[in-house]
Design a protein around this ligand. Structure first.
Ligand SMILES: *[C@@H]1O[C@H](CO)[C@@H](O)[C@H](O)[C@H]1NC(C)=O
Ligand SMILES: *[C@@H]1O[C@H](CO)[C@@H](O)[C@H](O)[C@H]1NC(C)=O
Ligand SMILES: *[C@@H]1O[C@H](CO)[C@@H](O)[C@H](O)[C@H]1NC(C)=O
Length: 419
């Protein structure tokens, strides 16, 4: 199938470049081309678009893309082509989550990919058929390759970014229902995750990473040295235009068309006389520690630097857990402000396992039915609402159905109220 896609791409590319001048594809050309019978009937699948017949409209691989062209998607058990020579003129592909596999009868058919995310969906579906799915449990989202989609959502609560293996990464936003996967692409936090996990830890130099917003998208302003540019928050690509960049030596980021006051966690850096800044105390700390390390190497002694470079979150902050002078940890938001009075004293189990996930989730939620958090800001494992209770995982996602009696819950523990 890959060969076919590449072939279609090359074909489109050749046609586009041959006619790119626009001379051939002038107004009226397609009308004539179509009238002269230059087009063949597109596959019906795109127009039918029901449970068994779907497809995608694409630019047609014909002169000037005049014709309508439909790439059919084949569903479960439907015949498909494995590509290569002599496999016929069958030009659709298996639909998302399916792959073309040869069968013992000699034919090839679309089969659902066997992946962790699909198994999680199947388990959800089985429990759903038995009426064992909780009201706040959401069917896992998988991508076209059967891997976990880029977000995991809890109804009425929040969505957070995750890797293709379903591992939570930076980025969380209120769950506003339909459209979340498009609004929250997590491109920045995934890129950040890739950069930081690929580069071996213990590198004594600060690594350049993109600046993300708290929802995992790209911050609309990215700076290289002292020059800042406007970028697309979904793709991170630089947007053209002189008015879209500033030189911090002369002007603050507030002069940029893409400046958004709500996303500026450090407005004081744009105040007063030039030069201006677009940094954070966490980034400055990294630069400082890194220069000590460089100095110590030049001075000929080896400072132990392994893991000693401070780590910043992808939004440039130092984290969502802050350590007070007396050793107590508290939960803070993206601007470093304490969230309610969540805290944990040193030397306690609450201190060691503090993750502030519940504090952060309830801090950004728009619904007023907030989850119950432990004193240290973690999710309480039993949540109750409107006379029923259920279990949640450390991320606040419901696990299994509701019960009127908490003692029957799998996560029940006599000390449940104390977390
Ligand atoms: C979809 O439409 C096709 C063609 O009209 C029909 O043969 C098929 O049974 C339909 N499938 C479903 C599930 O309705
Ligand atoms: C930014 O402005 C300063 C001062 O005017 C100038 O020296 C520097 O070359 C400028 N940087 C760029 C990248 O244009
Ligand atoms: C540490 O300081 C905070 C804030 O000043 C206070 O609320 C807390 O009780 C102190 N903790 C300890 C263990 O002294």
């Amino acid at each position: 199938m890959a060969e076919l896609n590449i072939f279609v791409f090359i074909l489109l590319y050749l046609i586009n470049s041959a006619v790119g001048s626009g001379i051939l594809c002038e107004i009226g050309f397609c009308q004539k081309f179509v009238n002269d019978g230059g087009c063949s009937q597109p596959a019906a699948d795109c127009s039918i678009n029901n449970a068994t017949h779907t497809g995608m409209w694409l630019p047609s691989p014909t002169l000037c893309n005049c014709c309508e062209y439909c790439l059919p998607f084949y569903g479960r058990e439907q015949p498909c082509s494995l590509g290569g020579t002599g496999t016929g003129t069958n030009i659709g592909r298996c639909t998302d989550g399916y792959t073309c596999e040869r069968h013992e009868d000699g034919g090839s058919y679309c089969q659902r990919m066997d992946t962790e995310c699909h198994r999680a969906q199947d388990s959800y579906d089985q429990r759903s058929a038995l009426g064992q799915v909780g009201v706040l449990e959401e069917r896992p989202l998988c991508d076209g390759k059967g891997q976990y989609a880029h977000i995991s959502c809890t109804p009425t609560q929040t969505c957070f970014c995750q890797t293709e293996h379903g591992e939570r990464i930076f980025g969380e936003a209120p769950n506003l229902g339909a459209g979340m996967p498009e609004k929250m692409r997590c491109g920045c936090s995934m890129l950040y995750h890739k950069i930081t996990t690929t580069i071996s830890p213990g590198v004594p130099e600060p690594v350049t990473t993109p600046r993300c917003t708290s929802d995992g998208n790209f911050h609309p302003i990215q700076c290289v040295g002292n020059t800042c540019y406007c970028v697309d928050i979904i793709t991170g690509r630089f947007l053209d235009g002189a008015e879209r960049s500033v030189n911090l030596t002369e002007e603050p980021i507030t002069k940029m068309v893409c400046y958004d006051r709500d996303l500026d966690n450090y407005p004081e850096q744009s105040e007063g006389d030039p030069p201006y800044k677009f940094t954070t105390s966490c980034y400055e700390n990294i630069v400082e520690v890194s220069s000590w390390i460089q100095q110590s190497i030049e001075d000929g002694y080896n400072m132990e630097y392994h893991n000693s470079l401070p780590e910043c979150l992808p939004d440039g902050s130092s984290g969502r857990i802050a350590l007070l002078g007396n050793g107590t940890k508290i939960c803070v938001d993206e601007r470093g402000q304490p969230i309610k009075d969540y805290s944990a004293a040193p030397g306690t189990p609450e201190f060691d396992n503090m993750d502030c996930k519940c504090a952060l989730t309830s801090h950004i939620m728009t619904s007023n039915e907030l989850p119950v958090c432990c004193r240290n800001g973690n999710f309480r494992r039993i949540q109750c609402r409107r006379g029923v209770c259920w279990c949640v995982d450390a991320e606040g996602r419901q696990q299994g159905g509701e019960s009127e009696s908490i003692m029957t819950l799998a996560c029940f523990n006599v000390a449940w109220r104390d977390c």
